[in-house]
Design a protein around this ligand. Structure first.
Ligand SMILES: NC(=O)c1ccc[n+]([C@@H]2O[C@H](COP(=O)([O-])OP(=O)(O)OC[C@H]3O[C@@H](n4cnc5c(N)ncnc54)[C@H](OP(=O)(O)O)[C@@H]3O)[C@@H](O)[C@H]2O)c1
Length: 306
């Protein structure tokens, strides 16, 4: 299959390069085609003649990035998504798989997060711009399926980490920010301050596992319902810091500032539907994925996204 991948220069997109596959993968970033421009999207699809599209491109960020730039996150995501899906439909691309995120689920869901709950209430106020744009991607996918009978699907990963992540302390997610903080502290021989108690638990999935899961879905999944694809293994933020410190070999002081806010205690998601479909799918253990990510970071530092 000839598969066009938007967001091909990002963390998840670049993980496809490490997979062994017979598919012909066309990976594009924004310098090849700016998906905010409809004409670029037309050119990209017309020139590529894809059998399928995996739509990953997005404006992505952590809590601070999402709330400081809430309007930009809404606008850029909704425009990119609308352009990609509508143009794919016009060119009759038979399959499009788009990526959502567990952080678009309602603020007060029933845990574990199951796919039927995506639209059941307001998302968290810190990221409502991103969340509603992503929810509309799910709506547009369903609408195209219903009206045009095209096999468009959506998948929902939880927190992803891996090579080529955004290691900014301002706009990055927890794993890359923690890697950067601890590695900087090791280089400068300084102590590290973490926010909160470290007690909340989170699930993390390696970018290469997400890429493998997405290829399986493009090949085999035809359901109208979104499908959760992340690992359901949880770890506390305190233990995550311990694991990263151990791999980085940081042995300085780590302070937990309990005056600072931390999120909900747990946000478990259910990947039961995915695992029922692909019972042999194995997730990379967190310690293994983190070691590969940190090795990559150290090797490429400071030429990484800081
Ligand atoms: N990271 C996570 O923890 C996480 C969790 C759940 C879901 N997701 C979803 O996974 C997908 C991939 O995320 P990621 O972490 O790989 O993001 P990322 O590393 O920030 O990469 C974003 C990608 O989108 C492209 N892009 C951004 N604006 C564009 C534009 N105007 N035109 C064309 N391309 C544009 C970027 O291209 P350039 O770099 O070339 O500009 C880059 O390839 C996203 O849909 C995201 O919502 C991510």
């Amino acid at each position: 299959m000839r598969i066009l991948i938007t967001g091909g220069t990002g963390m998840v997109g670049s993980a496809f390069s490490s997979l062994e596959t017979d598919h012909d993968l066309l990976l594009y970033g924004s310098s090849a085609y700016n998906l905010l421009r409809e004409q670029d999207v037309c050119d990209m699809i017309y020139r590529s003649h894809p059998d399928a599209i995996i739509h990953l491109a997005a404006r992505v960020g952590g809590v601070k990035g999402n709330s400081d730039f809430v309007s930009d996150f809404f606008y850029e995501n909704i425009v990119m998504n609308t352009n990609v899906l509508e143009t794919a439909r016009k060119y009759n691309v038979s399959k499009v798989l788009s990526l959502l995120s567990t952080c678009i689920y309602p603020d007060n869901p029933t845990y574990p997060l199951t796919e039927d709950q995506i639209h059941n209430g307001e998302p968290h106020k810190s990221n409502f711009g991103y969340a509603y744009a992503k929810r509309m991607l799910e709506v547009q996918t369903r609408a195209i399926r219903q009206q045009y009978g095209l096999n468009y699907i959506t998948a929902v990963p939880n927190n992803i980490y891996g090579q080529k992540d955004n290691f900014s302390l301002e706009t990055g997610h927890v794993v890359p920010a923690m890697i950067r903080k601890l590695y900087d502290a090791k280089l400068k021989n300084e102590k590290v301050e973490h926010w909160g108690t470290g007690k909340p638990k989170r699930e993390f999935t390696y970018s290469k596992d997400i890429a493998r899961a997405l290829l399986l879905l493009v090949e085999n999944y035809e359901g109208a319902e979104p499908i959760n694809i992340g690992s359901s293994q949880e770890i506390s933020i305190f233990n995550l810091a311990g694991l990263i410190s151990e791999i980085i070999e940081y042995d300085g002081d780590e302070i937990w500032n309990t005056d600072m806010p931390e999120g909900q205690f747990e946000k478990p998601s259910s990947n039961e539907k995915f695992i029922n479909l692909f019972p042999n799918f194995e997730y990379t253990p967190l310690a293994v994925g983190l070691r590969e990510t940190i090795d990559w970071y150290v090797k490429n530092y400071p030429n990484v996204r800081l």
